[in-house]
Design a protein around this ligand. Structure first.
Ligand SMILES: NC(=O)c1ccc[n+]([C@@H]2O[C@H](COP(=O)([O-])OP(=O)(O)OC[C@H]3O[C@@H](n4cnc5c(N)ncnc54)[C@H](O)[C@@H]3O)[C@@H](O)[C@H]2O)c1
Length: 326
């Protein structure tokens, strides 16, 4: 493959804009297309200097008929992503798929199968594996003095405004997927059993859940997610991870009272999205599979999210997952 790598962003919404902004700043990349079905957003992109090298299309089919490309970020609502990824991979395009892969384990599994059958890269966008703080944590817990991981406690608290922004997405699929992924990455073990409880607000929407996950080998993850922070609370983004080992413990706070909210890109050195997209393009350029985050791990994260929903709707009943080695 020759440089620059020809890239498209599918889905020109809020997070698609962050992908566009990162690609636009990469010297080895030419942003050739943005696909966005919403006409108002398309007009905005046509006037946007960030998109000056890109043609704006209303569908993937229209783009593929006119444009040659090597790689694409899929940043659309989750129910659309399997169809889009299949269309792109069938046309020889490698894809980075925003988290979570899909709304169901069955659809998530199809991503992995299609990518394997077509020999294409299909990287799940599990951003936090590329955050410097989380990578430092992984390095610390990999030292011999840390011993083996006994337990991981993850907490993620967000604004209650998220519930009205994403009324149809359970917080396990919206936010928890980050933590399920961190749990399997930090323990390096898949989950075998889940028990979860959830709280619903007066409109019947889930605004809080807690999940206990048993990993293959015995480690235990506890994941707590809320969408309950209000205007005037100390922080609108408030996350932490603690890892307990047989030798040591380690702790990471990713945002607290006086910190800037998490920032995903815009050219900040080492920002997670810059690192993630750079890694994706390195895999594309070198024709190497992703070892940092695999399609099978993307599938397992969806299986855990689904198990959390099932357990919580059955009052915390233990829900067993199928055996997997990633
Ligand atoms: N990794 C992260 O931390 C992170 C953060 C935010 C969002 N996301 C993910 O990114 C996705 C998009 O989130 P968002 O906040 O940008 O949503 P958004 O609604 O602002 O943008 C989605 C865009 O996709 C477009 N779209 C819908 N169907 C399409 C299709 N078939 N082809 C092309 N475009 C299509 C919509 O018109 C919309 O503009 C979400 O599913 C979310 O999971 C990930």
């Amino acid at each position: 493959m020759t440089l620059p790598i020809r890239v498209a962003v599918i889905g020109g919404g809020i997070f698609g804009r962050e992908h566009v902004s990162v690609y636009a700043g990469m010297p080895s990349v030419r942003l050739v297309a943005i696909v966005e079905p919403n006409e108002k957003r398309r007009l905005e992109w046509q006037r946007d200097p960030l998109a000056k090298t890109a043609k704006i299309f209303s569908s993937v089919a229209e783009m593929l008929a006119e444009t040659k490309l090597d790689a694409a970020s899929i940043v659309t609502p989750s129910k659309t992503r399997l169809h889009i990824a299949t269309e792109l991979m069938s046309a020889g395009v490698d894809v980075l798929v925003e988290k979570p892969f899909a709304d169901s384990p069955e659809d998530a599994q199809k991503f992995a199968e299609v990518a394997a059958a077509l020999g294409r890269k299909c990287l799940p966008g599990h951003l936090l594996r590329f955050s410097q703080g989380h990578q430092n944590l992984k390095t610390v817990i990999s030292q011999p003095a840390f011993g083996s991981v006994v337990g991981v406690t993850l907490s993620r608290n967000r604004s209650r405004a998220l519930i009205s922004l994403y009324p149809d997405i359970h917080p396990a699929f919206l936010l928890g997927v980050h933590d399920f992924d961190l749990a399997i990455w930090l323990t390096a073990r898949p989950v075998t059993e889940v028990s979860a409880l959830e709280h619903r607000n007066s409109q019947g929407k889930v605004d809080y859940f807690v999940a206990h996950c048993l990993h293959n080998g015995g480690a235990i993850s506890t994941i707590q997610v809320s969408c309950l922070l209000s205007e005037g609370d100390p922080a609108q983004v408030d996350d932490s991870v603690s890892v307990f080992g047989t030798g040591r413990t380690a702790h990471l706070e990713t945002a607290s009272v006086d910190d800037e909210p998490q920032h995903f890109g815009f050219g900040i050195e080492n920002a997670p999205l810059v690192a993630e997209l750079q890694y994706f393009l390195d895999c594309v350029l070198k024709n190497q599979p992703s070892t940092l985050c695999t399609p099978e791990e993307g599938v397992h994260v969806v299986e855990i999210a689904q198990a959390v929903l099932r357990s919580a709707s059955n009052g915390g009943e233990i829900t067993r997952l199928r055996a997997t080695n990633f």
